[in-house]
Write a protein that binds this ligand. Structure first.
Ligand code: FES
Length: 574
């Protein structure tokens, strides 16, 4: 077994009063004495919750992980942490990502654990668990819960989020009935698992694999496919070996691993949310990642997968086509992968994928005939976003990537909802919608409201996209010419706060610029008149969050959580 004294032996290896306590109370759950003999204790960090339907099957996954741990001679102990359900949490699950990461980090450190299996699914559960585990830095393997089967409505495939957005616009435009809308609700989410478009959950599951934290095929096997359970069992077996090899997170989460993840993000046309999450995870392990890295590393990477929201297919199709190993192989063959990056199974990422077969070149296109060329996330800067803003060109309308228009400003999401369908709203298809006070501090929590709904009067004219700018995020399942994560945000006094109705704005994605055509003198005058919005809370976690959250260009982590404390055994409690 392990060559190094196991951390858990500081609890279970003691032959004194405290050793009695530590062992005896676990024995009331049916644990025999031999489980305390120095075998690796594996914590299964579970985000199961009935309030988080995407993770509702995680008890079953945990059982398969346990079997794997036992197969390999480890001692599994499952424990719960906060579960962040994207659809049910208000004001936004993102407000609680950092809180959940603290829960994970402290739970790992406080308990007699030698290795960790992270069970992750719905959007924020993945970055929260990766961040917390990275700060604790034990040997850790990630297991994603898997995407749902494809939605099927009236004989056609429909995708989570993506078709919700298009159908709600059709409903607003009077093109479908409320009965059809209700029927589609049940048809869309028809199996266990998380959103099955290449939204944030599928993007983050792909990045778990690309970073090397998960096993090959982690990203795409549907939750309802028995191979997901097999993957969980194999992860349970493998974590025991990782403890013996002392293969900690910090050994896997290297600069090369993050660069691979950024390229994969481009190659899968992944969610813009991943930018914030990767920055935050990198911050926990001391890797200096910046927005510029996303632009530079993703710039010459083609989007290879024809998946919604940008394309036609869904994660189930991606799995049958060969899944992420095919994308990784094609990146490697194109010289866009650090082949030597080590992964959780102890092999390099290239060893894992070099022979990965592709079964459908329509779903996973080739680098010679990519689904979309040069599809990385673009980072815009200028006097409207001095610290950067994010756009996903592959989800935008090509004719709007270079555009100048007049601003139609909304001071808050409530202001937007109150006026968007006012027939007197002065807006046309050349306008630029600007939404303020939806950033990390402003909302608070940086909600997914950046893909603002279009005014009904424009929808009725057949307009389906106009330029939208905000300090918010957008759902990974959304699309459109949407500029997000403007930093600094309006509530922190960024220039976005100073935009007025009718101001001219130029978006130039090829030149990577975002410019507000207002003179410095006028901006200074507006700044002198600007007052910050009142704080959203005067106590509790929300106050802690608002007082300490970093801006989007730094991952929106809490300033005091950046870095790691490791997993040294805490002081004894007697
Ligand atoms: Fe959970 Fe989309 S709502 S992944």
């Amino acid at each position: 077994m392990t060559r190094k004294p196991l951390r858990s032996q500081a609890w279970f290896g003691r032959q004194d009063k405290m050793g009695f306590y530590y062992r005896s109370f676990l024995k009331n759950t049916g644990i025999p004495q031999d489980q305390f003999d120095g075998r690796p204790v594996i914590g299964i960090c579970n985000t199961w919750s009935e309030l988080n339907p995407c993770n509702a099957h995680f008890r079953l996954i945990a059982e398969h992980v346990k079997k794997g741990v036992l197969d390999a001679g480890g001692f599994p102990l499952e424990f719960p942490v906060s579960s962040l359900g994207e659809v049910t949490m208000r004001p936004t699950a993102m407000l609680y990502r950092n809180l959940a990461s603290m829960d994970v980090e402290e739970a790992i450190r406080a308990h007699p654990l030698d290795g960790i299996v992270l069970l992750m699914g719905c959007d924020k559960t993945t970055p929260a668990l990766l961040m917390g585990a990275a700060s604790a830095d034990l040997p850790t393997i990630g297991v994603s819960g898997g995407p749902q089967l494809r939605g099927m409505y009236r004989g056609a495939a429909i995708g989570s989020g993506t078709n919700i957005i298009s159908m709600s616009e059709q409903l607003r435009a009077g093109e479908i009935t409320i009965e059809e809308f209700h029927e589609a609700e049940a048809a869309m989410n028809r199996s266990s698992g998380h959103c099955m478009t290449m939204g944030t959950a599928s993007t983050m599951a792909s990045l778990v694999e690309a970073l090397g934290v998960g096993l090959p095929d982690n990203a795409a096997i549907p939750a309802a496919d028995a191979r997901r359970n097999l993957l969980a069992r194999m992860a349970g077996r493998r974590i025991v070996g990782m403890v013996e090899e002392d293969l900690r997170m910090s050994k896997i989460l290297t600069r090369q691993a993050f660069e691979n993840a950024i390229r994969v993000l481009a190659a899968i046309g992944g969610s813009t949310n991943a930018v914030v999450h990767l920055l935050a995870i990198a911050g926990r392990v001391g890797i200096p990642l910046t927005l510029r890295d996303f632009d530079e590393l993703g710039r010459d990477v083609h989007c290879l997968v024809d998946l919604m929201p940008s394309g036609r297919f869904l994660m189930e199709d991606f799995s049958y086509a060969g899944g992420l190993p095919v994308v990784l192989r094609r990146l490697g063959e194109a010289g866009r992968l650090h082949r030597g990056a080590i992964t959780a199974n102890g092999k390099s990422i290239w060893e894992n994928v070099k022979d990965a077969p592709s079964w459908n070149d329509e779903v996973i296109t080739t680098t010679e005939k990519p689904f979309k060329p040069n599809a990385g996330i673009a980072i815009l800067t200028g006097n409207l976003a001095p610290d950067g803003a994010v756009i996903k060109p592959s989800a935008a309308s090509p004719h709007l990537l270079r555009h100048t228009g007049k601003a139609v400003v909304f001071e808050s999401i409530e202001d937007l909802h109150g006026r968007i369908d006012n027939p007197d709203l002065d807006i046309d298809e050349t306008s630029i919608m600007v939404l303020k006070n939806c950033g990390p501090k402003g909302y608070p929590g940086m909600a997914e409201v950046g893909n603002m709904p279009l005014p009904r009067k424009l929808l009725r004219q057949g307009v389906r996209d106009i330029v939208r700018i905000s300090d918010a995020r957008m759902s990974g399942t959304a699309y459109g010419t949407v500029i997000l994560h403007v930093a600094p945000e309006a509530s922190a006094g960024g220039p976005l706060a100073l935009v007025g109705n009718g101001d001219r704005i130029t978006v130039d994605v090829p030149a990577r610029s975002l410019h507000l055509h207002v003179s410095e003198a006028e901006l200074a005058k507006r700044r002198a008149e600007w007052t910050p919005p009142p704080p959203p809370a005067d106590r509790g976690y929300t106050k802690l969050y608002v007082d300490h959250v970093l801006q989007a260009d730094r991952g929106a982590d809490l300033d005091f959580l950046v870095g790691k404390s490791g997993a040294a055994v805490p002081r004894d409690n007697h």
